[in-house]
Design a protein around this ligand. Structure first.
Ligand SMILES: CC(C)(COP(=O)(O)OP(=O)(O)OC[C@H]1O[C@@H](n2cnc3c(N)ncnc32)[C@H](O)[C@@H]1OP(=O)(O)O)[C@@H](O)C(=O)NCCC(=O)NCCS
Length: 194
């Protein structure tokens, strides 16, 4: 998929599937993130090898990954880790990160909408998102999208400084996600300019 969208400030962004040749753009995006936004990411995305592995997972079909691009630079990265088999084969895991200068402009919601579309096309029924305990702001944003907290594993994961943190699991049915996204896009003034 490839789609040009307008943000709340009127600027244009291209949302498209990530490509194998995006590794340098992706590296530039992740290394420019403030440490605060990187602190709770699951893997060290400032290592090219890690980014290469993520692209391989995408090529192998285990992950669907979208990027938002402005002036040939990645400004947001969103993914769905796909279930392959077993008990949770109807559940996908969503991850989303928007560059600071592009936050609060509706890009997170637009990326979520495109990721929703990808999930709906492959019969995913439910989406989960995992956070570390201190990520209260993003947890609140995902509540707006219809996610609810379903489990907390105390001191289960370590952040990049090695400190143990709670793992917070939030989940949402695909139907609820679509409802919230539709309400959000309809209620917003910005809808009229898109
Ligand atoms: C979570 C994240 C992706 C949201 O992206 P975004 O582009 O800023 O989100 P949007 O502009 O689409 O905002 C959507 C809604 O969330 C709310 N929101 C946005 N930032 C917020 C904040 N810091 N605190 C509280 N609410 C906020 C707004 O109310 C907005 O609704 P509005 O348009 O009615 O004001 C972004 O904050 C981010 O990249 N955070 C760091 C990475 C992370 O924690 N990812 C989540 C775990 S996978």
């Amino acid at each position: 998929m490839e789609k040009r969208v307008k943000l709340k400030d009127g600027s244009e962004v291209l949302i498209r599937e990530m490509r194998e040749d995006d590794i340098d753009r992706s590296f530039a995006f992740f290394t420019a993130l403030p440490e605060e936004d990187r602190a709770y990411l699951r893997v060290d995305v400032t290592k090219r090898e890690v980014l290469r592995q993520r692209i391989q997972e995408m090529v192998a079909g285990r992950t669907l990954r979208l990027v938002a691009v402005v002036d040939d630079q990645v400004v947001a990265d969103g993914s769905l880790d796909l279930p392959t088999h077993g008990w949770t084969k109807h559940v996908a895991e969503l991850r989303l990160i928007v560059a600071r200068p592009f936050q609060h402009k509706g890009l997170g919601m637009l990326m979520a909408r495109e990721l929703y579309g990808l999930a709906a096309a492959i019969d995913v029924e439910e989406i989960i998102v995992e956070f570390m305990g201190p990520q209260v702001g993003p947890q609140n944003i995902f509540k707006k999208l219809g996610f609810h907290q379903d489990a907390v594993l105390t001191d289960y994961v370590k952040d990049i400084s090695g400190a143990k943190q709670d793992l917070v699991l939030m989940r949402c049915s695909l139907d609820s996600l679509w409802q919230k996204l539709s309400d959000y896009m309809t209620d917003s003034d910005w809808q009229r300019t898109r």
